[in-house]
Design a protein around this ligand. Structure first.
Ligand SMILES: Nc1nc2c(ncn2[C@@H]2O[C@H](COP(=O)(O)OP(=O)(O)OP(=O)(O)O)[C@@H](O)[C@H]2O)c(=O)[nH]1
Length: 382
């Protein structure tokens, strides 16, 4: 596409990139890279996370001075590919009024959004199409977990107890991509990395394929590419395999068909339920302190042994005891928990907690009582 085609009567259209990726693939990590590091790119971000439904706050992005970055806009109330479409158009309109502040817009879709339906916003809405253009679709893929969520694990492992059940959504995100980022390559062997890359190439032979650790990619490789091609996207989606109807998620693998008939499970903006995925949010007691070592061994049981059902994603914040010698009433230490598949980490949170400790688990067949008892078992003994 010629650069000049992005101009309209004396005005340059703003490029928009759509970012997709299943739960925990590294979308927030990529946003940190884009927003917090000094690249010279001025990017406004629209986030459509399920944070409200999940009871977790959206992540804060800060600049080198520690100040909160303001160019992040949250789009609540539903999923971008259906109920939040109008909200997206409205928000882009608001952003365009301040377009001297940025050169690029990045729209982060939830892990279940249908990227094809999100892209349609840009050619269905004529008014919008004259002011912005779709630069490309960027899909992040977790190289460590992708074979399970793309349904490519060996048959004996590929059961509902070891898979999130979002194969159709994950495949479509790969198929629709103009740029694929194979992230978390630090967690896989050379052989696994090659296999993962070949799997992606099989599904989408034409996308630019990048590999990354902690989503660190040159921004020139993902933004300002003028890579989006409507016909290529349609052809790529058509070549996807059909999926059987499951858990009320009524589609045939081509999510587009479901949408074009006005039906979408994520219409109410819920990741859980209709997709057969559950979430459990645990709240700690007001002043309770949790022992990081106990939390670590509890999570090992939950994630590695499956003691509370199949947990694919967990995240949380909890209050721990003060460092040795400090008065517990004066200062407690906040810890952040992040887990994807069987990998998790607990580290001191960079910002002090303003809310109670909370822990979110997403997966299938979750045992709430077991999780509640597990968290209570992590209380600091007095
Ligand atoms: N080892 C490793 N961990 C990574 C990499 N990229 C991201 N992570 C970790 O993976 C976890 C999930 O990353 P996020 O960026 O929060 O993923 P997300 O896609 O925003 O997650 P959701 O909002 O739940 O969909 C965090 O603990 C990250 O630090 C990577 O390249 N290597």
């Amino acid at each position: 596409m010629e650069a000049s085609s992005q101009e309209c009567v004396g005005e340059t259209r703003i490029p928009v990139t759509v970012l997709t990726g299943v739960l925990g693939a590294g979308k927030t990590t990529l946003l940190r890279h884009i927003l917090e590091k000094p690249h010279g790119y001025r990017v406004a971000v629209i986030q459509n996370e399920f944070s409200e439904e999940m009871g977790m706050e959206a992540p804060l992005f800060t600049d080198a001075k520690g100040d909160t970055i303001k160019d992040v806009y949250e789009l609540p109330n539903g999923c971008l590919c259906c109920s939040a479409k109008d909200g997206l158009i409205g928000m882009l309109d608001v952003l365009l009024e301040q377009k001297d502040r940025f050169d690029h817009v990045l729209v982060e879709a939830t892990g279940i959004a249908d990227p094809e339906a999100v892209c349609e916003v840009f050619w269905v809405d004529e008014g919008l199409g004259s002011r912005v253009y779709l630069d490309g679709v960027l899909s992040l893929v977790d190289s460590y977990n992708m074979l399970s969520y793309l349904g490519k694990r060996k048959a004996d492992e590929d059961s509902k107890t070891t898979s999130l059940g979002l194969e159709a959504e994950a495949l479509k995100q790969v198929a629709c991509a103009d740029v694929l980022i194979l992230n978390k390559v630090d967690l896989v062997s050379e052989t696994e990395r090659t296999r993962a890359a070949a799997t992606l190439r099989d599904i989408n032979p034409t996308a630019r394929l990048l590999e990354s650790r902690f989503a660190e990619v040159p921004l020139g490789d993902i933004l300002g590419l003028q890579a989006f091609d409507k016909d290529r996207l349609a052809a790529s989606v058509l070549s996807l395999p059909a999926f059987e109807e499951e858990s009320g998620h009524g589609h045939d693998g081509h999510l587009h068909d479901g949408h074009s008939h006005g039906y979408c499970d994520c219409e109410v903006g819920k990741l859980t339920g209709a997709h057969g995925i559950e979430s459990v949010l645990l709240h700690g007691e007001d002043d309770a302190l949790y022992d990081p070592d106990k939390v670590r061994s509890w999570l090992a049981d939950v994630l590695w042994e499956g003691t509370a059902g199949f947990v694919y994603r967990c995240k949380g914040l909890f209050r721990g005891p003060p460092d040795d010698g400090e008065d517990a009433k004066k200062r407690t230490v906040s810890h952040a928990v992040q887990g994807v598949g069987k990998i998790f980490e607990i580290e001191e949170a960079s910002t002090a907690m303003t809310t109670k400790s909370k822990m979110l688990f997403i997966g299938r067949g979750l045992k709430r009582d077991v999780l509640v008892a597990g968290l209570i078992g992590c209380l600091v003994s007095t």
